[in-house]
Structure formats: structure tokens, C-alpha cells
Design a protein around this ligand. Structure first.
Ligand code: MTE
Ligand code: MO
Length: 409
């Protein structure tokens, strides 16, 4: 990369293009790094507050990255003309522009997704992810094969083998694997894939739930509750949960799990696992929306409406908020009294007829279909009635207190 070119005037057309290209590449790298940190569950676990401003930085740089594209647009015609005879260059240009456009447009939607129906943000997130997983390996491969080091490697070899090159054997020309350039590119390709696998392997595993089995055995609840409802989702569940936690996942057994309802109530309630699963449950089909853009549709939850616990406990007149405590010992959130009394606020124990798994917040989690997922406290163990507003875990780190999902839920 020629750093001087960033500061010089009177550049020729080609040099200007190169400068745009390098600016674009730099921004793309910074966005990739911040973007991957945002996705990483390791980062969420160990640097939760950094995550919030990292997201802002990612968004701001994202907006900045529109500039090189805008500067490029008036030059596009001339550029395409100069490469009119090079098929590979044209294809490359087209691919890069499609990837950039997808990332920018979906990124803008994601930035403002709180003001849009969740369906749009799910699509935007899908496109943003897909464009990243195609674009990033492509860019890494491109940078390796275009780097001076790589070219040096190629030229160096060519000099050494000059003699051999003068009389190329037919087989070398025909067989792409034996052609030196292709071979080096192949190596770069393999290196890229290996590198990406090292970085994203665990993410890919999470994505495809390859490690679901060990996680499922995390909790050990006995007896296993049988569904009391036969409700099923007509179209079946669609979408995948992204498992979030800001601590190591707590592990529960029937011995160490309990639920307490206390604070400003007439009767403090306390349930151990045995008592808890004797309670009458109802079921609901609802959608689950995370404020970062993903949704899961048609989830069948079975559990006890939060309202029933509050009625049973007898809420004092001065209680204004319901504070929810996670058994992880760190995560909390709160609901206003009217939010808490909504019919679909549920203390859920079964998901699609099965015990909620450990990574999904089981054995018991709150379900808040009309409010964003950060209100839906996982590993719920305590419901406390309080008078003063409580600022929840993510709200303290920049998420809005108002978690209502806009549009069709
Ligand atoms: N204890 C606890 N509860 C939590 C969280 C968390 O990190 N810890 N993340 C919240 C957020 S932001 C979302 S979107 C949902 C995600 O639920 P899932 O991990 O089951 O997909 O859980 C919510 N409840
Ligand atoms: Mo979330």
C-alpha cells in the first residue's frame, strides 16, 4: 500500500482509483474486526460494556465507508471501459460492488431497525451476515494474492526457474494444479480458509448447533415435566436463537434451583423444582425478537403467566416495577407494572414441548413477546416487586428502557 497517495493531489485516474481502493480496504478491515467482535460470544461474555460502544463505532465507520463508494460512482464508467477486455477484472468488480452494496444497505436498515418491523431487520441481518461471510474470505484471499510479499514469492520463484519457464511443458500449461501461479493461489486459498476456520470455527459450530449436545446436558432437572398443553405452532418454528450470556452459563439441578417472588408483596412465594412443576401451566405461540436484529417465529412456550404469580403474591399498592433476577448472579432487568400484567408475559419452562435447554435460559426463563429479548431474563430465579425504577443490565450499558417492539410482533 502506498501511504503517500492518501495525501497527494493531482493524481492520475489510475492512482485515484488505487487510493479509493485502499481507503475502501482499510475501512473494510476495521469494519470486519469490529463486526466480528460484535458477533463473538467470547467478546459478549468478557467485554459486555465495550460491546455497546463498539457497535456505535461500527455504525459510524459503516457510514464513513459509503464515501469511497460515492466517490467511485462518477468514475465507474471510465473504469469499466479500461477493463472492458478483462473478464476476471469485471467479474471481480461486480462481485465487490454487490457485496459492498449489500453490506451498506442492510447495515443502514440494521442501524434503524428499532423503527421497523422485525421481519425487515431479520432479512437485513441475514444479508449483512451472508455478505460478510462471502466478502471477508474474498477480501482476505485478494489481499494475500495481491500483497508484495506474495508477488515477491511468485516473481522470486520465476527468476529461479527462468530456464524451465522458457520451455514450458505442455502438461504444466494444461494442468492448473501444476501451474505455479495457480498453485500459489491455491495455497493462499487454503491458508485463508484455515485462518478463517481458526477464527470463526466456534461461531460456525454455534450457528449450526454442533455443540448443542454437550450444552443440553448442562442442566439436570428431575422429574422432567410433561407438557400440559397440546398447543402446537401451525407453521412450525422458524429462525434460530442466538444464545446470549454475559456470564458463564449457570448449571441447575432440581436440588439447587428455586424461584422466589418477594419484595413489596403480601405473601412471599418460594418454589423448589418439585413444587414448581406441579403448578398449572398454559401455553402460547409467540415470536421472539432480539434488538440486534434476529427473530424466532412461532415458538410454543409453556409456563405460568407472570400475572398469576403477582396475583397470588398480592402486590402492594406502592410497587411500581417488577425486577427480574437471573440465577447467573449478574443479569437483571425490570418491567413496569402494566408490562408485567400483560397476558403473554410468561415464566416459561417448556419450549416446543421440551424442557428449555441450559443455553436457552432453562430450566425457567421469562418470555416477553412484545418487548425485545433483553427483557426476557434467562435462568430466572427471583421476581422482586419494587417501588423505584431499576435499570437493567443492558439498559445500564446503553440499551433503551423502552423495549417495545415496533410494528407487527
Ligand atoms: N441471564 C441472561 N439473560 C438474558 C441475556 C443474558 O445475556 N443473560 N441476554 C438477553 C438477550 S439480549 C436476548 S436477545 C435473549 C436471548 O435469548 P437466547 O440466548 O435464548 O437466544 O436473552 C436475554 N436474556
Ligand atoms: Mo438481545
Amino acid at each position: 500500500m502506498k501511504w503517500q497517495s492518501f495525501f497527494s493531489h493531482n493524481l492520475k485516474f489510475g492512482q485515484k482509483l488505487t487510493r479509493l481502493h485502499h481507503t475502501n480496504a482499510l475501512l473494510f478491515y476495521v469494519l470486519s474486526v469490529t463486526g466480528i467482535l460484535l458477533l463473538s460470544s467470547y467478546f459478549r461474555l468478557h467485554f459486555p460494556s465495550t460491546r455497546v460502544w463498539m457497535k456505535d463505532i461500527h455504525i459510524w465507520i459503516g457510514f464513513l465507508s459509503i464515501l469511497p463508494v460515492l466517490f467511485y460512482l462518477p468514475k465507474i464508467q471510465r473504469h469499466v471501459f479500461t477493463i472492458r477486455k478483462r473478464k476476471a477484472h469485471k467479474l471481480n468488480l461486480f462481485l465487490v460492488l454487490v457485496i459492498l452494496a449489500s453490506l451498506i444497505i442492510s447495515g443502514i436498515f440494521l442501524t434503524f431497525q428499532r423503527h421497523m418491523p422485525p421481519l425487515i431487520s431479520s432479512y437485513a441481518l441475514f444479508i449483512h451476515d451472508a455478505a460478510t461471510w462471502i466478502g471477508l474470505p474474498y477480501v482476505i484471499f485478494h489481499s494475500i494474492t495481491r500483497s508484495r510479499w506474495f508477488r515477491g514469492l511468485r516473481n522470486g520463484n520465476e527468476k529461479v526457474n527462468k530456464l524451465a519457464d522458457q520451455e514450458p511443458m505442455i502438461i504444466q500449461k494444461r494442468n492448473p494444479l501444476l501451474h505455479r501461479r495457480t498453485f500459489l493461489k491455491l495455497i493462499a486459498g487454503i491458508a485463508t480458509i484455515a485462518m478463517l476456520y481458526a477464527i470463526f470455527g466456534s461461531w460456525i459450530k454455534d450457528m449450526f448447533n454442533l455443540n448443542k449436545l454437550d450444552l443440553q446436558t448442562g442442566n439436570d432437572m428431575k422429574p422432567y415435566p410433561t407438557p400440559q398443553s397440546t398447543l402446537t405452532a401451525v407453521d412450525g418454528r422458524s429462525g434460530e436463537f442466538r444464545y446470549y450470556t454475559i456470564t458463564e452459563m449457570p448449571t441447575f439441578t432440581n436440588e439447587n434451583w428455586s424461584l422466589t417472588i418477594d419484595g413489596l408483596v403480601d405473601n412471599k412465594l418460594f418454589y423448589n423444582w418439585k413444587d414448581f412443576i406441579q403448578l398449572d401451566r398454559s401455553a402460547q405461540v409467540s415470536n421472539f425478537h432480539c434488538v440486534t436484529g434476529w427473530s424466532v417465529y412461532n415458538v410454543v412456550w409453556e409456563g405460568i403467566p407472570l400475572k398469576e404469580f403477582l396475583d397470588k403474591a398480592g402486590v402492594h399498592a406502592n410497587a411500581k416495577y417488577v425486577k427480574l433476577h437471573s440465577g447467573d448472579g449478574v443479569y437483571t432487568d425490570s418491567l413496569t407494572m402494566s408490562e408485567a400484567m400483560m397476558d403473554d408475559m410468561m415464566v416459561a419452562v417448556l419450549l416446543d414441548g421440551e424442557l428449555i435447554t441450559q443455553e436457552n435460559g432453562g430450566p425457567v426463563r421469562l418470555v416477553t413477546p412484545r418487548l425485545y429479548g433483553y427483557k426476557s431474563v434467562k435462568w430466572l430465579t427471583r421476581i422482586e416487586l419494587i417501588e423505584d425504577e431499576h435499570i437493567g443490565y443492558w439498559e445500564e450499558r446503553g440499551y433503551p428502557q423502552n423495549a417495545w417492539v415496533k410494528g407487527k410482533i
